[in-house]
Write a protein that binds this ligand. Structure first.
Ligand SMILES: [Mn+2]
Length: 444
């Protein structure tokens, strides 16, 4: 009996999640506001009917629900029923897709729904939420001071995403700050010229938001600032993200955290200014290797084109990102090429462990360069972090999943791009990588 109940509860959760996503992103019916929240789903025991409870901001503030608007919303959803069922059928492992009944949830209005979410935090541990829910929390008056956290060695996606969230929150009248204890990489500093950055490790924020960060370890010395905040949020695209915050939105199909944030901006209803446009464009452009990596999808190009419409100075951004190589960086690239080893014609490995760059962006692109060699399946680049630690970046050209390799060493990332930090010696790790790579290739 218990088993059935568990399955029922799991299906209800799955249906709720799928419908929330499809209603938000795929239905273009003007009767259905993008702020609609699916508050709960009740499935009959034989799985034949699902009652879907819907709420929207029009019914909030404790005032009388505008019945006409609620009716219109239900009508819209009813006419989309066939489409929604098709989507459910594609995603659920169930023989027959349940029929859908939509009801307006007037017992719990939109704001109470957010309160419920908050109340559920400590109970559930890992939560995953929808973009409307994430946007609802960001907008909530409860949170005024907001710390935004990019990961350590912040790259274009981390900084671009953080800066976009910063300008959006400013528009909403909040007091946002980036929380960083290292300087912004020089080639990205054009984004942060007018951005407040705090390195105060004692500060307590109403809310903290991490972007592009797959694990709390990547906060390093800022971890307590993150943990001491009123509530925590994580918006990310790394599939290894365990959901380490109170509010979590992870979409591993997104090429960049910046791609997700475009839709968060739409939900927030903020104006897509030049500052937001260039920040999110930087995020997407850098995480796709300027649209060369296979993580770029139709959605990625769609978002990029919408960002172009903000009218930011494309030439300025392109030049800053890609035609701006420092002499130091050329020097590092030269060292990396001198130290290049090619194993079995398929694995390229290089390192710079005898010196440490002042500007971490001096290492950007080296791993991709190692991967661009003919016939190479996996590239591994190792650099020194400090006296004790070295950091490996792994890239894969085709089917070898380098996130599995990185996880073995306590790191994480994506199938085609991952990394880890270790106190072991370069030679030791190198032999393990070669062994793992050979096992992987033999297994295919
Ligand atoms: Mn990213």
């Amino acid at each position: 009996m218990k088993k059935t109940n568990n399955r029922l509860a799991r299906l209800e959760t799955d249906i709720k999640k799928i419908l929330a996503e499809v209603i938000t992103y795929e239905i273009k019916d003007p009767r259905i506001s993008t702020f609609v929240a699916v508050t709960r789903v009740e499935l009959t025991r034989d799985f034949s009917y699902a009652t879907v409870y819907i709420s929207s901001p029009t019914g909030s503030c404790g005032s009388e629900i505008k019945k006409a608007e609620a009716d219109e919303l239900l009508e819209g959803l009813h006419s989309a029923k066939g489409f929604l069922k098709k989507k459910l059928a594609a995603e659920l492992t169930i023989h027959r897709t349940p029929d859908l009944i939509f009801k307006y949830d007037d017992t719990a209005d939109y704001l109470r729904h957010i309160d419920d979410l908050l109340a559920g935090i400590s109970k559930k541990g890992v939560n995953t939420h929808t973009i409307p829910q994430i946007a609802g929390i960001l907008k909530s008056d409860t949170y005024q001071s907001i710390g935004i956290f990019p990961h350590i060695f912040a790259d274009g996606d981390a900084i671009g995403s953080a800066v976009a969230v910063y300008y959006a929150l400013l528009q909403l009248g909040k007091q946002p700050e980036l929380v960083m204890t290292e300087p912004v990489a020089k080639n990205l500093s054009f984004l942060t010229e007018n951005v407040e950055i705090s390195s105060d490790l004692e500060k307590v924020y109403d809310m903290v938001v991490s972007v592009d960060t797959s694990s709390k370890d990547q906060f390093r010395d800022r971890i307590e600032v993150f943990e001491n905040a009123g509530v925590t949020m994580s918006i990310d695209h790394h599939k290894t993200n365990p959901g380490f915050a109170d509010f979590v939105y992870v979409d591993s199909k997104a090429a960049a955290a910046g791609e997700i944030l475009y839709f968060v901006m739409l939900e927030l209803g903020v104006e897509l200014t030049v500052e937001i446009g260039e920040a999110l464009y930087t995020a997407i452009s850098t995480d796709t290797g300027s649209f060369k990596h296979p993580n770029a999808t139709a959605n990625t190009f769609y978002v990029a084109s919408k960002l172009m419409e903000t009218g930011f100075d494309f030439h300025k951004v392109s030049t800053a990102l890609y035609k701006n190589m420092s002499k130091n960086k050329v020097d590092f690239l030269q060292t990396a090429l001198n130290n290049l080893e090619i194993v079995d014609d398929k694995l390229s490995i290089s390192h710079i462990i005898d010196k440490n760059a002042e500007d971490p962006s001096d290492y950007d692109g080296i791993t991709d360069y190692l991967l661009s060699i003919e016939g190479i399946e996996v590239a591994a680049f190792c650099r020194r972090l400090d006296e004790d630690r070295i950091k490996f970046s792994l890239r894969s050209k085709n089917d070898v999943d380098v996130s599995v390799m990185a996880t073995e060493f306590g790191g994480g990332g994506h199938m085609r791009a991952s990394g880890f930090t270790t106190e072991d010696s370069f030679d030791e790790v190198k032999s393990k990588i070669i062994e793992m790579f050979r096992n992987e290739i033999d297994g295919k």
